[in-house]
Design a binder for this molecule. Structure first.
Ligand SMILES: [Zn+2]
Length: 381
């Protein structure tokens, strides 16, 4: 006790173990392995762990806490799932080249998970922060929208003063205080098939109606307001000489304010009720929605504490807004101040070039640890 020292080599060894486990969102076995690693780790430092089995398609969600309380000083969030298929870890396992570590999920966010643990382990070993009530949620479906863990995260968030999310810091080192909201739609067009040469007038082209939707949806882009509507996939039809019976598009929506999303939904309803091709029916399936994350007054107060901690450590810290979503969207939209990007620095998430800056591990761990223990933070609530 008391003489704890951060051991980077050990950290990297444990990170290698975690990165080399394939844990895609639809790989419950892989995620269970990652979960088992952390269950043991947290039990070792006196935390209790509750495992939520959500369904057989996705892995467990862990609820971890250092005490049972009505109110938590801090909620820490991380996700154990990655976007990568089974076999990726074998294909390109954990590697270190110069100051960077590579491998599937190395920055998004296996190093974040590990840093969270190391910060809490050090606090425990040094017998600090004994009066803090801390809850942690490690979920396994973040990369597919957190629909299964939404309830668990929301219930924990509303009982907490503040939420810290261990998603990576941006490549330039910035944290994240603002994220756009996100919507996803699958839209299907059902028309009437007919021979294009013999009696096209008896048909109703699903593709023509779809084409009109693509153009109309594109008009809804409003970069100034931060609203983007992207038709990412379009398909339809069966043959050149057949009036298309079926067509479909997949649409991604990003927005800064809920009102913007409501406006898009209204425009979609108008399109449904006013088709240009009579006889085409349109099914809109809204697959999910993440509300926007916008900083509140308290978020900015916490931010100045973080800046100060950075100063003490000789790190100039900044924050950015991003179009990508995370579980911080859920907690911030519930009115709980949420700080994201508290993990180490890296980039290339979701791609082959994903990397972690090894030099950033310890400094960012220090920031997190000092933030958790900050008396100024606890005085805010
Ligand atoms: Zn992530």
């Amino acid at each position: 006790m008391g003489d704890y020292k951060f051991d980077l080599q050990n950290y990297l060894k444990e990170l290698e173990y975690l990165v080399n486990i394939d844990s895609g969102s639809r790989n419950p076995r892989g995620i269970s392995k990652v979960a088992d690693f952390f269950i043991k780790k947290y039990l070792d430092i006196g935390y209790s762990v509750k495992t939520h089995e959500i369904n057989e398609e996705i892995g467990p969600c862990l609820e971890i806490e250092n005490c049972s309380s009505e109110r938590y000083d801090i909620l820490l969030l991380g996700h154990m799932d990655t976007v990568f298929e089974i076999g990726t870890a074998k294909e390109r396992p954990f590697t270190i080249i110069d100051n960077r570590a590579y491998g599937p999920g190395v920055i998004d966010m296996k190093s974040g998970l590990l840093s969270m643990y190391y910060a809490l382990k050090e606090i425990y070993e040094k017998e600090l922060g004994k009066n803090l009530s801390i809850k942690i949620i490690l979920n396994s479906d973040e990369e597919i929208g957190s629909r299964g863990s939404l309830g668990i995260i929301s219930r924990a968030a509303v009982k907490s003063n503040v939420v810290f999310v261990l998603e990576p810091a941006r490549a330039n080192g910035a944290l994240v205080l603002q994220r756009k909201g996100l919507g996803a739609y699958d839209i299907k067009f059902h028309g009437i098939a007919a021979h294009a040469g013999v009696e096209p007038q008896k048909g109703a082209s699903a593709i023509t109606e779809m084409g009109r939707w693509i153009v109309e949806l594109n008009i809804l882009n409003n970069y100034k307001a931060g609203t983007t509507v992207n038709v990412g996939i379009a398909s339809g039809g069966t043959a050149r000489n057949v009036v298309a019976e079926e067509a479909k598009i997949q649409v991604d929506l990003r927005f800064k304010e809920i009102a913007e999303m409501n406006g898009i939904d209204k425009a979609i309803e108008d399109l449904i009720s006013n088709p240009i091709i009579k006889g085409v029916k349109v099914d809109v399936n809204k697959l999910g929605m993440r509300p926007p994350m916008n900083p509140m007054d308290t978020t900015m107060k916490i931010w100045s504490i973080i800046k100060e901690i950075g100063h003490e450590l000789g790190i100039e810290l900044d924050w950015v807004a991003t179009g990508g979503g995370s579980d911080a969207n859920i907690t911030a939209s519930l009115g709980v101040p949420s700080i994201d990007g508290l993990g180490p620095i890296g980039g290339g998430a979701h791609g082959q070039s994903e990397y972690l800056e090894i030099d950033s591990i310890q400094p960012r761990l220090e920031v997190l640890k000092k933030l958790i223990l900050s008396p100024k933070l606890s005085r805010l609530f």
